[in-house]
Design a protein around this ligand. Structure first.
Ligand SMILES: [Zn+2]
Length: 242
């Protein structure tokens, strides 16, 4: 009660909402700039079970923006170090780290039982796969990305159009648009992760879906955001397979 008292004091956020968070299972895909801040906020807020998946180990160029890591962590697996940090921050939650790439062999098993999947990965292949498997199992997805000074955030849930409706696969094969190869300001992924975590809490605690089938675009150079509606694509393979 003490730990979460500032939340429970909120108008509209009662013990029941806090209890819902405690009972929630979420999967965070990617433990980079987005995953680090996202996971930490959800752990502090009291999300009961957090699974983290990432195959990468920590490199010196990650430290500029990936807030769970310091110089002593270089060479260790991101998922393991982040999980350890979450457990230190909030010992009352369950944290599970998976050092692997999310792919066709493990995606069904990892995603099917989740209440919510949060994508913060750094490549299109994984992003399409997460979207497709969430669609197949009817698991809600909140997805964030950040590059340069800009970020995107959207939610796919229930009957909503999906990531592949929004960005048809054939138009989106440019894998060079990743932080690994392009620049990113330290703050950009952290802004997007905070918005993503905020949306996750709204959904898990209060059943709100403000970005369902909507794309939020954040422009970090002029500090504006736009929210666009997007539609079902009749040719979307992921929606047809649902
Ligand atoms: Zn679709």
């Amino acid at each position: 009660m003490h730990l979460y008292s500032r939340q429970i004091l909120l108008e509209g956020w009662d013990l029941e909402a806090q209890e819902k968070l405690k009972l929630s299972n979420v999967l965070i895909v990617g433990c980079g700039g987005i995953g680090c801040a996202l996971a930490e906020l959800l752990a502090r807020a009291g999300v009961g079970k957090i699974s983290l998946i990432d195959a990468d180990s920590i490199e010196v160029s990650n430290l500029q923006r990936q807030m769970a890591f310091g110089p002593a962590d270089i060479g260790f697996y991101k998922a393991d170090i982040l999980a350890k940090r979450l457990t230190q921050i909030n010992p009352h939650i369950q944290v599970h780290s998976i050092v692997a790439k999310l792919d066709k062999t493990n995606a069904d098993c990892l995603i099917a039982s989740q209440d919510l999947v949060l994508d913060g990965c750094d490549n299109f292949t994984t992003r399409y796969l997460v979207n497709q498997i969430c669609q197949q199992h009817g698991v809600p997805l909140i997805s964030a990305s950040a590059i340069g000074f800009q970020g995107q955030l959207f939610m796919v849930e229930g009957d909503s159009a999906c990531y592949e409706c929004l960005f048809p696969k054939e138009e989106q094969q440019n894998e060079s648009l990743r932080c690994a190869d392009s620049g990113v300001l330290a703050t950009t992924p952290n802004v997007m992760a905070s918005l993503q975590a905020h949306h996750a809490l709204l959904y898990l605690g209060l059943n709100l879906r403000p970005l369902k089938q909507k794309l939020l675009l954040w422009n970090g150079l002029n500090m504006t955001q736009r929210i666009l509606n997007f539609m079902h694509d009749e040719n979307c393979a992921s929606c047809q397979a649902r």
